[in-house]
Design a protein around this ligand. Sequence first.
Ligand code: AMP
Length: 520
Amino acid sequence: MTSPLFGQMMDVPLLASSLISHAARHFGDTEIVSRRIEGDIHRYTWRDCEQRAKQLSQALIGLGVQRGERVATLAWNGYRHLECYYGVSGMGAVCHTINPRLFPDQVAFIVNHADDEYVAFDMTFATLVDIIAPQCPNVKGWIALGDESCISTHLADMATPVLSYETLLAKHDGDYEWPVFDERSASFLCYTSGTTGNPKGALYTHRSTVLHAFGASLPDAMGCSARDAILPVVPMFHVNAWGIPHATALVGAKLVLPGNCLDGKALYELMEAEGVTFSAGVPTVWLGLLNYVKQADVRFNTLKRTVIGGSACPPAMLRSFEDDYGVEVIHAWGMTEMSPLGTLAKLTWSQQQRSPEEQRHLREKQGHVIFGVDMKVVGDDGRELPWDGKSFGDLHVRGPWVINRYFRKDDSPLIDGWFPTGDVATIDADGFMHITDRSKDVIKSGGEWISSIDLENVMMSHPQVAEAACIACSHPKWTERPLVVVVLRPGATVTRGGTACVLRWQGGEMVEARRCRFRR
Ligand code: AMP
């Protein structure tokens, strides 16, 4: 008997696999273009992507991966990483994207905390895998995202035994039905180091992933469309590239993935060659792109709009994109705990009737919420502050794609059902939020977090140091850089030099990770 209280619509769960099957069935010929770490350009379609994602699901099932278990990735933006997104989550396992820019100890901590069964990695991360593998005894296998010949050419020196992704896929035919299960099942896992202490995991549900893809695609959000060719510069290891791999499947857009070539020239050339209309990334990347187009004296022939977020968009960058190059800038704010989109600075019809200065002033703020997110600022007494654009307080959010609890943490971070973001903000009468400060002890440099507490602890462990304070300094390229101020112990003297952990990168590849002494 059906209760008269319930409506009579199909009860179809919102699953990540529904995104890829929709793209494959209804936009099957639409292209996904990737700059491979092998150096060439790879192109195929959403239909091919689903086929290979299903082959991956079959391979993982063959390896014994069960629903709910974690399979991790250490990878750049590319088609194999996209197949991991859908192949892992589609079969009901959890796709855990790891940020390879973290210190190796942190990466090992994350792999162990997540209890990853397998880790799929781009070959550029072979050194990192060799460093962390001995610390991660529970990982059942390390899967190199390449074929046997690439492995024998590039990974011959690896100490860790690896499996070939292409060999695993080749054993399966992709004749596989996506399983149907509860939409509240876990889909993706992302750790954030934007908190104090060890990185913490945000475990998304299939429901939150799909709802976020809907929200992110709205015209007044990122406005993704089948008319677009979309290039996410924001890495797929950072909050699921702001949901773009899901939103592009939802709307059937062309997807362009830049691999590990993120310098201004490489990005510009890929955008022009593939007719990219829309892109998204952090200010540091856009600075590199703007510098390149200025120096090379070239124009954007297809790029129409770009989302800038992750750190505050400098007003000069907004002006340069729009006034010099005719590219619309959409300033956005969000966080890992919010899947990540929260607000975007897009204007309503009536706001567009205001003077150009007033419009720009509004658009420099972090913006207005999209449906799915509610926000408020609260004072020290926990009471909501007025939306007057002046009263600043802690920014709290809630909604169906906002975190409820960190992965494997018992205590809830919520206050009266709201998540405290650690950002300090105002909200004005237009409902536009503006971040004025941060209450969390972290510094964001080039889109990546540096813990001020960790740095202070390192300084304080020095026998000559009595007190240390780490502060953020503004920096033209990196947005913020840490500056540590110390008080010496009585009788201590200052000398130049010390020890540091050095990570050396070359063309997007981490070629060295070591502790060293330095002198200046
Ligand atoms: P993450 O979880 O690494 O994506 O970092 C989220 C945090 O980055 C937010 O809580 C803010 O502190 C900061 N953030 C993100 N977007 C912006 C923005 N548009 N302006 C200022 N800070 C931002």
